[in-house]
Design a protein around this ligand. Structure first.
Ligand SMILES: [Ca+2]
Ligand SMILES: [Ca+2]
Length: 231
């Protein structure tokens, strides 16, 4: 009899916990449900484009590879190198907006050892490289890398002394917080797609607030670029 009493109590406790978590009530910051409500909101300065929690920009002028690195640093950033196909696609779209016949440096080179490519920010792992057909060909010692429209938006090893635009990247300004029912962020939150329901159709657009796919920029009601995603 005592066994059944304890069993019923345990079932009742588990049921209560599931009801509380399922209701969206957030009893503790340590609960799984609460962590899913952590909001990260990021923004970039004017002229910079947000992707994830970083800001990207193309240098206004073409430079040699070394001068391009300095030009990025002068803008408070560093030369960028894509770490994934998604990031590279974003960078290509960014370059296309600046110049349809773009050619822009990325932070990769094989200066140290011919054929061994090193990309800033990708130390200790295999760098992400997406070469155009026939590249890299090291034609007369090409040791730097540019993404070019003439190379189908893919990478080409290039002479470092040539002048091209360059991709620069800097950290976005991000704030973190827990979402609640009275938060002004609620309209934006409503446009995020719950990760547990990935196949739902897009929700209707809220006036002045634009839906984005993960990793794409948001625009808030004031038009400022923002990134908002659940963790
Ligand atoms: Ca080379
Ligand atoms: Ca080449």
């Amino acid at each position: 009899m005592a066994f059944w009493s304890e069993f019923i109590v345990i079932v009742a406790i588990i049921s209560s916990i599931k009801t509380v978590l399922g209701s969206g009530f957030c009893p503790s910051r340590l609960s799984v449900k609460c962590l899913s409500r952590l909001i990260v909101e990021c923004s970039c300065p004017p002229e910079w484009q947000l992707w994830g929690n970083e800001c990207y920009r193309i240098t206004p002028l073409p430079h040699t590879r070394d001068d391009a690195k300095t030009a990025c640093q002068d803008m408070g950033s560093k030369m960028a190198a894509p770490r994934s196909l998604e990031e590279m696609n974003f960078m290509v779209e960014l370059a296309q907006k600046v110049d349809s016949a773009y050619s822009a440096w990325i932070a990769c080179n094989d200066k140290e050892i011919e054929g061994t490519w090193e990309c800033d920010g990708q130390e200790g792992r295999k760098p992400f490289l997406l070469w155009d057909d026939g590249q890299p060909n090291d034609l007369f010692n090409q040791d730097c890398v540019a993404i070019k429209s003439t190379k189908n938006g893919k990478m080409d090893d290039e002479y470092c002394y040539r002048s091209h635009l360059a991709f620069c990247v800097r950290r976005a300004a991000c704030t973190h917080g827990l979402l609640n029912q009275t938060s002004s962020l609620m309209p934006l939150y409503r446009h995020t797609r719950p990760q547990s329901q990935p196949n739902l159709p897009p929700r209707p657009q809220h006036p002045g607030v634009h839906h984005r796919e993960r990793g794409r920029p948001w625009l808030n009601r004031q038009g400022a670029q923002m990134s908002l995603f659940q963790q």
